[in-house]
Ligand binder design. Structure first.
Ligand SMILES: [Fe+2]
Length: 198
């Protein structure tokens, strides 16, 4: 028997392509009907990220086994900056796993996230600086920092509720495992949400 595929119409994309979206702009006083849904989704994304972190702790092997995924010649990093290595791409394109090698003094930019992520320190020490988003000034302000050591696992939801910069303030190479909720084709463009920081 032949199967019939349901038609799916992306109205928002159609609106963008035809210019209709301008009439839906909430800046003119129209209520944002999707704001409550967005708030609820933020909670769902945070819960998803936490579950991924729990999955890392429960399902993945120890640090030495994960580090062995990386050829020894790549474990010392690069003088050019921290280096990300894809070590697993989900066959269904739901997530990607990266090993990141940080030499002393190398840091990420300040960023929120377009997707959830979770990470675990496998070697050395990482420093995570936290920021609070000022929506009016459209700027992130420092609000704390924490040191992560081997075995520490942490999750980050999509959005701007958790803005951070990761880096290596120690004098030894650090390596961390990161799971991102994007397929491998979108790691460069679909993970970090770069923001201005005070
Ligand atoms: Fe991040």
């Amino acid at each position: 028997m032949a199967t019939q595929q349901a038609a799916v119409t992306d109205v928002a994309s159609h609106a963008r392509s035809t210019g209709v979206l301008g009439t839906l702009d909430t800046a003119d006083g129209q209520p944002d009907l999707f704001a409550p849904l967005s708030d609820g989704m933020s909670c769902a994304f945070a819960a998803s990220a936490r579950m991924v972190a729990q999955g890392i702790e429960a399902s993945l092997p120890d640090a030495a086994t994960l580090l062995a995924l990386l050829p020894e010649s790549l474990r010392e990093g690069s003088a050019e900056g921290y280096v990300r290595h894809l070590v697993h791409a989900d066959p269904l394109a739901r997530f990607s796993a990266m090993l990141i090698v940080w030499r002393p003094g190398q840091h990420s930019p300040v960023h929120g996230h377009q997707t959830w992520c979770a990470y675990r320190v496998l070697r050395g020490t990482l420093h995570e600086r936290h920021y609070r988003w000022d929506a009016q000034a459209r700027q992130a302000h420092p609000c704390g920092e924490i040191t992560r050591t081997v075995g520490d696992t942490f999750s980050v939801p999509a959005g701007l509720r958790h803005i951070h910069a990761l880096g290596n303030d120690s004098d030894a190479v650090a390596v961390s495992l990161h799971i991102y909720g994007v397929d491998q084709e979108h790691i460069c463009s679909g993970v970090n949400l770069l923001v201005d920081a005070a």
